[in-house]
Design a protein around this ligand. Sequence first.
Ligand code: HEM
Length: 182
Amino acid sequence: MKGVVFTEFFSFVEEQHSPEFLQDVINCSEIASKGVYTATGTYPVCEMAALLGSLAEKTGTDVSRLLLVFGEHLFGRFADGFPAMFRDADNAFDFLASVEDKIHVEVRQLYPDAELPRFEVIEHTPSRFVMVYTSSRHLGDFCEGLIRGCLAHFGEAATVGRVVKEVDPNSVIEFSIERAAA
Ligand code: HEM
């Protein structure tokens, strides 16, 4: 997992709690890096799992919920950090439709060793958008958070449903997003 995800996660925990609380979370997690990450470095995804586990224990919030809220927050950070990626889409469905062939392609140019999921868009109408997430990293909750963050970024009200299609070796999840009637 890219260091940028870890550094953003640390800012997120600091913002929600405090620098001391973050240090506590790091100290309680068994991680080889000892919490020292650079944005362009690459680290084992199990370190994120360990950090999330400690945060869940300390806050009494389950890991799924933490991943969802972090994904939602991270989308806003991406929007601030990568404005060029937002030039061509003026609504959430168009943006989501461009993640596989444009956004993550650009991410791979920035970070050649990024481990990215695969997305297939299976329905894209003005009121309904359906995409299938496939990944060996099983980050469906994080994905839902990014989708919710994308809707919030474009100021759109919608419901997000998900159906798990496969769990092993890959997570395959169908996300259905229905725009609320205006
Ligand atoms: C400007 C927008 C975006 C940027 C800059 C971006 C960038 C990234 C980066 C840097 C990673 C980490 C790769 C790694 O750790 O090796 C990542 C992973 C991921 N991205 Fe994006 N992303 C964007 C939008 C989205 C959106 C809208 C979605 C959801 C539809 C999404 C879904 C994911 C997921 C689920 C992962 C985790 C890896 C996995 O599940 O296999 N991303 N993205």
